[in-house]
Design a protein around this ligand. Structure first.
Ligand SMILES: [Fe+2]
Length: 393
């Protein structure tokens, strides 16, 4: 990320800071950083110690309802029927996972009762439908449809959801770090000219909420593969200023500047984020390959070392039959995949595509859950066989 600063911070680090000058209480300085003291960090100034607790609640281990399919095939699932309900954290319904990533569908209908902090992973929320404000100790981060909301671990936050907005989110958790791809950045970390986005496309907290309130505040922290509950007697948003490289932000899929070529360009062209053993890509509406002889759809490819999951967010996805907005496909490792019969012929000469899709490729096998099983469309596995599957309309 880049350097940001919000609120009041002293000219030097690690010095005496008092909010109201001589005689008032010292502020509590907190360094929040990755990789010990070697990674990116932010320094925050609190009115009270962030360690302060009123009571310790219970620890609840995370349980996962894994579905082990009886066949290894390409799969399609429809996330539209997934039930709405719950809050932005408890309402997450796990869809797939491995040691590097967890992906959930969340359609919250209520706000979070209290505050949440992920103490063991970074999160990305892709907002397929909905809007609101992510309220954090770093300040308020408004979000809207097609935003990726990136929340670094250690960020105490809660959510403000408008009454009239239907929410439909794809949520990612990783024990690693969510970063922009190395190849888009120069040796100082600045995004390069050839990157499909610039620093201007990333939107951090707009304004601080500094609350010096006493009361009873519930805080849930994800740690050790479970949720630990605490009760605070001070509002957790008591930060008067911070500066550094770690903070929550949004990036909107419409700000991804797509690349095209005379002939087809491969998926890394669409990469948006990197994590440990996975990537997240944005297939944005774009002009298609312009050579008269070009085939404007992907060539068949064998994912011999990765699993490829696509969430169809908007537009008309020409390479797939029977795939609607809100559906997902899983093309697992070990099997070739490509456009279905008839779709290539139909796409020849097309000049542009309206598709918007979010893809995540993992380099280790994914495990599915009962949520996928409940929404699985087994006929997809045979959809490359015209004798088994109708031609595209
Ligand atoms: Fe693919």
């Amino acid at each position: 990320m880049r350097y940001e600063r919000l609120g009041e911070v002293p000219l030097k680090r690690h010095v005496q800071v008092r909010r109201d000058g001589a005689g008032s209480e010292l502020l509590t300085e907190e360094v929040l950083g990755y990789e010990g003291f070697s990674g990116n960090e932010t320094i925050l100034y609190h009115l009270h110690s962030p360690c302060r607790l009123d009571a310790v609640g219970e620890f609840t281990p995370i349980t996962r309802d894994e579905w082990v399919p009886d066949a290894h095939v390409h799969r399609l699932a429809d996330a539209n029927p997934v039930a709405r309900g719950g809050d932005p954290v408890g309402g997450r319904q796990l869809l797939m996972f491995n040691g590097d990533i967890e992906v959930s569908i969340c359609k919250p209908t209520t706000e979070l009762d209290g505050f949440y902090r992920n103490g063991e992973g970074d999160e990305v929320i892709y907002v397929h439908r909905g809007s609101g404000v992510l309220r954090t100790m770093f300040g308020r981060v408004p979000f809207r449809e097609k935003d990726y909301v990136v929340i670094p671990r250690g960020t105490t936050h809660t959510w403000e959801l408008p009454d009239d907005a239907e929410q439909f989110w794809v949520c990612f958790h990783t024990p690693g770090e969510i970063e922009t791809p190395n190849r888009y950045r120069n040796r100082y970390g600045q995004l390069l000219e050839h990157s499909p986005f610039s620093q201007r496309d990333f939107h951090g907290p707009l304004e601080l909420e500094t609350c010096d309130d006493a009361g009873t505040y519930e805080l849930t922290v994800r740690v050790r593969d479970g949720h630990q509950r605490y009760v605070l007697d001070r509002h957790p948003f008591d930060v008067v200023g911070w500066d550094g490289y770690v903070f929550p932000y949004t990036f909107n899929a419409d700000d991804f500047e797509p690349r095209a070529g005379r002939y087809h360009l491969p998926p890394p062209t669409h990469q948006t984020f990197q994590g440990p053993n996975f990537v997240i890509c944005t297939f944005a509406p774009r002009m298609l390959d312009w050579d008269p002889e070009a085939v404007p759809l992907p060539y068949h490819h064998s994912n011999i070392q990765s699993e490829e999951v696509m969430f169809y967010a908007e537009g008309d996805y020409a390479a797939r039959k029977g795939v609607d907005i809100g559906c997902l496909t899983l093309h697992p490792s070990g099997l070739p995949h490509g456009p279905q019969p008839g779709t290539v012929e139909k796409a020849l000469g097309a000049k542009a595509t309206s598709e918007l899709a979010v893809m995540w490729d993992t380099f280790r096998p994914l495990r599915l859950t009962n949520l996928w099983q409940a929404n699985d469309r087994p006929e997809y596995a045979l959809s490359w066989n015209p004798d088994k599957s109708p031609a595209p309309a």
